[in-house]
Ligand binder design. Structure first.
Ligand SMILES: Cc1cc2nc3c(=O)[nH]c(=O)nc-3n(C[C@H](O)[C@H](O)[C@H](O)COP(=O)(O)O)c2cc1C
Length: 363
């Protein structure tokens, strides 16, 4: 099957492959800029931009960590990342992934608009008021992430009523995806929640609102998987884990190596202060947390609302901002390494261009 382009709002995505936003610092300028340059959709993660370029955009550090949401989600760092990605991809479509659960969500969405981003993708919560924050930027396309037809219906209903607008596309994320899930642990295991069984009902719901393109995510690994999603009615796919295996991926080499070294059984769901299970690789940190011997929890960066200033972090045994940032800095002892269930398949680091060729031509 030859892959067809599709549109997200006014933006034409030449190759229907969206690179999933990955924080902290995994999909920044290098990865997102190059994916867009190669005709896919590059997605910059807005998480932890205060860590960009050795924290030079963080106005205030405490214990070498960005203090509070204003520094953790540094406006200047975010703008520098977007500007740098633009020098790589020119005027090709470029997106930002901004989690609904973050403190400062509205401000970060506005920062993205002001910095010239074309498309905003939001998950981790139902973004029922997302259009509110892009007022004045009618060309910025809005893409929520959902895990069920019901969630899409709620969003469409609210957006149409309140803002007279509908999503420009929707990402449907199944439980094989890396990072946070849109399901409880038990729901992740149910057959009806597997991506291949969710695509058709979500496409059906999307059609009721005027053919909103559906982008399927979670466990998509190769051209065969992409073809399968397209045959079920998806217009595109979103892939995260496989893009970690690229030279241009902004992650530390140690993070890439953790995935390359991982075995199938090392990848598992774990509790997270965000309130939903997260998929990642079992590492030293997992052992420490299980023994309640993890690094101390201080809530310096005040990153996500559901954590309630460290209350949930203490409950699950780790601070998500600090542990993901440690992974970004390559710390194998205390880093948290997210991965989709297929992460163990990663066995080489290649260029984005090579990967895009493999994915589109099936070689
Ligand atoms: C290391 C890692 C970090 C991620 N971080 C985020 C994030 O910050 N925001 C988000 O919406 N999704 C995040 N995701 C999910 C991806 O954007 C993507 O939807 C998912 O990885 C797709 O599944 P796959 O990894 O099997 O391809 C992350 C995934 C990984 C592997």
């Amino acid at each position: 099957m030859s892959l067809k382009s599709f549109n997200i709002g006014k933006y034409k995505i030449e190759k229907p492959i969206v690179q999933g936003g990955m924080g902290v610092g995994i999909s920044w300028d290098g990865l997102a800029g190059n994916v867009s340059k190669e005709g896919g959709l590059g997605v910059i993660s807005a998480v932890g931009t205060g860590y960009y370029e050795n924290k030079k955009y963080s106005q205030k550090l405490v214990a070498d960590r960005p203090l509070d949401a204003a520094n953790f989600y540094s406006r200047d760092g975010f703008k520098a990342i977007i500007d740098s990605a633009r020098t790589i991809c020119g005027d090709k479509p470029l997106a930002a992934n901004i989690l609904y659960a973050i403190n400062d969500y509205g401000r970060v969405v506005r920062d993205a608009c002001e910095a010239g981003i074309d498309i905003i993708i939001t998950g981790a919560g139902l973004p029922t008021n997302m259009p509110e924050f892009t007022e004045g930027y009618p060309d910025v396309a809005l893409v929520p992430i959902v895990s069920s037809p019901k969630a899409l219906k709620i969003i469409c209903k609210r957006w149409q009523k309140r803002y007279n607008r509908l999503p420009d596309a929707v990402v449907l994320e199944g439980p094989k995806s890396g990072g946070h899930q849109g399901f409880t642990y038990e729901q992740c295991l149910l057959p009806e929640n597997q991506l291949e069984n969710l695509v058709a009902p979500v496409v059906e719901e999307a059609a009721l609102w005027g053919d909103i393109p559906v982008i399927a995510a979670g466990g998509v690994w190769d051209k065969k998987d992409i073809d399968e999603m397209m045959s079920l009615g998806a217009k595109g796919v979103q892939m995260g884990t496989r893009f970690i295996g690229t030279h241009e991926c902004d992650a530390h080499e140690n993070l890439k190596q953790v995935l390359v070294d991982s075995k199938k059984d090392d990848i598992q769901l774990m509790a997270s202060p965000v309130g939903y299970p997260a998929q990642g690789v079992r590492t030293n940190l997992t052992e420490l947390v299980e023994k309640r011997e993890g690094p101390s929890i201080k809530c310096i960066s005040n990153c996500v609302a559901p954590c309630n200033r460290g209350v949930e972090a203490k409950e699950v045994g780790f601070c998500i901002a600090d542990r993901l940032s440690d992974a970004y800095e390559g710390n194998l002892d205390t880093g948290l390494f997210f991965s989709g269930t297929n992460g163990y398949k990663l066995d080489e680091i290649i260029s984005v261009k090579e990967l895009m060729n493999k994915l589109t031509k099936g070689e």
